[in-house]
Design a protein around this ligand. Structure first.
Ligand SMILES: [Zn+2]
Length: 98
């Protein structure tokens, strides 16, 4: 037989209140410091298509990658669209054959 001894746990009566004095921060002028994050360079250089884009040089031969305008004559290249060629000079449009 054993006696059940209810042991009274002593509750810590003295809850030590940590008396911490509120830290007095020196009145600093609030500087809005901007994060010096490197700005994302949005400079995407568009590769300019020069006049060389419509010529293809193969050795001594020069091939023109765009057809010339029939109305304006040689020297006037037509824009290469998906389904047609168009002259930007006179507006002549030539449809591609499927
Ligand atoms: Zn033309």
């Amino acid at each position: 037989m054993s006696k059940k001894v209810a042991k009274k746990e002593e509750a810590p009566a003295k809850a030590e209140a940590a008396k911490e004095e509120p830290k007095k921060e020196e009145a600093k002028p609030q500087k809005v410091e901007k994060a010096a994050a490197p700005k994302q360079e949005k400079k995407k250089k568009k590769e300019e298509k020069g006049i060389h884009a419509i010529y293809k040089v193969e050795g001594d031969k020069v091939t023109r990658l765009r057809p010339t305008c029939e109305r304006c004559g040689p020297g006037y290249f037509m824009a290469d669209h998906s389904d047609r060629y168009m002259c930007g000079h006179c507006g002549f449009t030539r449809y591609k054959r499927a």
